[in-house]
Design a binder for this molecule. Structure first.
Ligand code: URA
Ligand code: CA
Length: 433
């Protein structure tokens, strides 16, 4: 096989065979195929697309380009949840102890976050002592004992995806449904998931700004999962504004604790129940979504879910008393309100700009090497649809420096206030199950 022939084949709109896709992905991983040919091929895929079989074959080839994780020593069906990414997305912190508390094994492998706020690991590390550097054996033992554990990612998973994603980033080929779908699904499958619940975000803070594109991506990923024998469901949810109120690592831990107590923001609570119900059903711990939802609600109301968070923190050496006293979490030195300059209703909050503002405070990494300040972040005080009076706080900035003029400006620009009333956006647009 010659790569040039395969580039021409895709350029002319034909479908690749499985053998051709394996040739391309293996060749690229081994450096036999140079970046310039892979760039041309990616652009051909961008314009010509791929059919369902090509997408599944591409995902499978990327899964097997490196190590894969074997979680078979963990009892039960391992269901992973994946979010396509948003601002202040606190769902994993809530869902891990919540679904574990009703018997669903959560074996979470996480990398550190890049961008807006930290990843799950950074958030958990804002709890004093919390240790994610545990051995594989301890990880498996903890999941079997407590149904939940988190470990830092050290394996060489999906090297083909790492290389290809880097190349796409600089060749204008990121925004292709088959390439995004295979990239995401290959990582989930390589990390050992038996079943996958996808949270595909849409809106200003999401990768897929338009609902139509989010639906297409969700469908593509569900089909790939099912062709590769992983039970897969997808929820399409709103990211036209940040989820919940907290954006920032320790602030989000506090928000997760409140949600596990049943006292969290409505949108975060509802999304966690929706995603959680799908996880519980895929794990065969309930037969219907309604039954699953009732199990989760009962676990929150009885205090079982919160107790489970404590157990999880304690098992990984964290200071579990933060669950009873959230003032023990790291706190920033200054709390600065950004006030509304007019009276009316909030009609827009540009989510990704709020994410950037949180990053400017130090809550997220601009580069892989930057250090995070877990105490800083942004607390929304008003969301879309809320009535505001001139002078009301729109957000509270939690900072360790008083020099936050640029952050204040960014936040003011992200909020729009109109005189006529506005309806809050829908939270869940569509579900594929
Ligand atoms: N996220 C991924 O992991 N891969 C993509 O291609 C796009 C977003
Ligand atoms: Ca949040």
């Amino acid at each position: 096989m010659r790569m040039v022939d395969l580039i021409e084949k895709k350029r002319n709109g034909s479908a690749h065979t499985k053998e051709e896709i394996d040739f391309i992905i293996n060749g690229y991983t081994n450096d036999d195929i140079p970046d310039y040919q892979m760039s041309a091929w990616s652009m051909a895929v961008y314009f010509q697309g791929m059919d369902d079989q090509e997408r599944a074959a591409l995902t499978n080839a990327m899964v097997h380009s490196g190590e894969t994780i074997d979680l078979s020593a963990i009892e039960g069906i391992k269901v992973d949840k994946h979010s396509t990414g948003g601002v202040g997305d606190t769902t994993t912190l809530v869902l891990a102890p919540l679904v574990a508390s009703v018997g669903v094994p959560v074996a979470k492998m996480s990398g550190r976050g890049l961008g807006h706020t930290g990843g799950t690991i950074d958030k958990l590390e804002s709890i004093s002592g919390f240790n994610v550097e545990i051995s594989n054996n301890t990880f498996i033992e903890l999941v079997n004992r407590n149904k939940v554990a988190v470990i830092g990612q050290t394996h060489n998973l999906t090297p083909a995806d790492k290389k290809l994603y880097g190349l796409r980033d600089v060749t204008g080929t990121v925004n292709s449904i088959p390439l995004i779908a295979s990239s995401i699904m290959s990582k989930k499958i390589a990390s050992g998931a038996d079943a996958i619940v996808l949270d595909v975000k849409t809106g200003s803070g999401a990768f897929m700004k338009e609902l139509k594109d989010a639906k297409e991506l969700a469908n593509a990923m569900v089909k790939i999962g099912r062709s590769l024998n992983r039970k897969t469901s997808a929820v399409i949810s709103d990211m036209s504004q940040p989820l919940g109120y907290a954006i920032g690592n320790a602030l989000e831990v506090k928000e997760a604790i409140n949600t596990l107590k049943g006292e969290g923001p409505d949108d975060l609570y509802e999304l966690c129940l929706t995603l959680g119900s799908h996880m519980v059903v895929l794990a065969n711990k309930a037969t219907t979504l309604e039954e699953a939802r009732n199990l989760l609600i009962e676990s929150i109301q009885s205090g079982k879910a919160l107790q489970h968070f404590k157990l999880f923190i304690e098992a990984q050496n964290g200071e579990e008393s933060v669950v009873d006293d959230t003032t023990k979490l790291p706190q920033a030195k200054y709390q600065i309100d950004v006030k509304a300059e007019s009276t009316g209703y909030v009609s827009e909050i540009v989510a990704d700009q709020i994410g950037i503002a949180a990053m400017m405070l130090g809550a997220g990494r601009a580069t892989k090497e930057s250090k995070i300040d877990v105490s800083v972040g942004i607390e929304l005080r008003k969301k879309i649809g809320d009535e505001v009076k001139k002078g009301d706080p729109l957000v509270t900035i939690h900072a360790n420096s008083e020099k936050v003029i640029e952050v204040i400006e960014k936040i003011k620009h992200s909020y729009t206030i109109t005189s006529s009333s506005v309806r809050a956006p829908e939270l869940i647009y569509s579900i594929i199950s």
